[in-house]
Write a protein that binds this ligand. Structure first.
Ligand SMILES: C[S@@+](CC[C@H](N)C(=O)[O-])C[C@H]1O[C@@H](n2cnc3c(N)ncnc32)[C@H](O)[C@@H]1O
Length: 241
């Protein structure tokens, strides 16, 4: 495991330098207030966010009877955090990357365009699916990338060798039974959120602005796990986190 130990005093300096890595035995970072939040069944925020802001136009349609409400609203990963996620995944040409909750498709498009890997994005929000497909076309990577409108909890992950996530801690944990079906040596990379009960290989900090923020950078976390997953036994969980 390529873990770099960082003392508490050295950490802020490394953070200011742009990125650092943290030992897996250190306490997990706290999450920031501007991160994505869970949606409620009554408020399909991802669709609403794409609706016109004001003035007499009809509000975004509520999901139809068969449409799944997103478990978390759409918040894009900043480009330099995408770069870090792809770098720590150590992508090779024969990898297959799945982004679960792909938003505007930026992770799958960047992976295909820059590294030539096959990638698949999944999102339940039809607005995001349309946006992703348009971005795939615009980038000219239709031969490498497909976008599916699908609930991530129904996706068979066995064809993937890299899985990227920007969800919520509890959603990461809910994905564990699916992630356990990945081939040995697969990498899972999560923006900002840990996966309780599974020991990560490493976590890095990247400074970036959030999409609505114009002035201030904040620390974004990039977690890496490898398969087979290292489950934390119940008795040790408290000590390791
Ligand atoms: C925080 S955004 C991340 C977008 C993108 N992966 C990125 O990092 O820029 C989460 C995305 O997950 C989608 N989502 C939420 N719950 C989902 C579910 N159960 N199945 C599929 N997509 C879902 C949302 O519509 C949203 O686009």
């Amino acid at each position: 495991m390529a873990t770099v130990r960082v003392s508490a005093l050295a950490l802020p300096l490394l953070v200011l330098a742009g990125a650092c890595s943290r030992d897996a035995s250190q306490p997990a970072p706290q999450t920031a207030a501007s991160e994505p939040v869970a949606t409620t069944k009554a408020a399909p925020l991802a669709s609403a966010s794409a609706a016109p802001a004001s003035s007499g136009e009809a509000p975004a349609a509520a999901p139809g009877p068969t449409e799944r409400v997103p478990d978390i609203e759409y918040v894009p990963t900043p480009e330099n955090v995408v770069d870090k996620m792809l770098a720590v995944a150590a992508l090779k040409k024969d990898d297959v990357l799945y982004d679960l909750g792909c938003g505007d498709g930026r992770i799958v498009v960047t992976a295909a365009k820059r590294l030539g890997v096959k990638a698949k994005g999944f999102d339940v929000d039809p607005v995001r699916v349309a946006e992703s497909r348009a971005n795939v076309k615009k980038a000219g990577v239709e031969h490498l990338v497909t976008i599916e409108q699908k609930d991530i909890f129904e996706v068979d992950l066995s064809p993937a060798s890299v899985v990227t996530l920007y969800l919520l801690p509890e959603l990461n944990v809910r994905l564990v039974p699916q992630l356990e079906k990945l081939k040995p040596g697969s990498r899972i990379v999560s923006h900002d959120f840990d996966m309780a009960g599974v020991t990560y290989e490493n976590v890095w900090t990247v400074l970036a602005k959030d999409h609505r923020e114009t002035t201030k950078d904040r620390e974004h976390y990039v977690y890496l796990w490898k398969t087979p997953l290292k489950k934390v036994s119940a008795g040790k969980a408290g000590a390791e986190r």
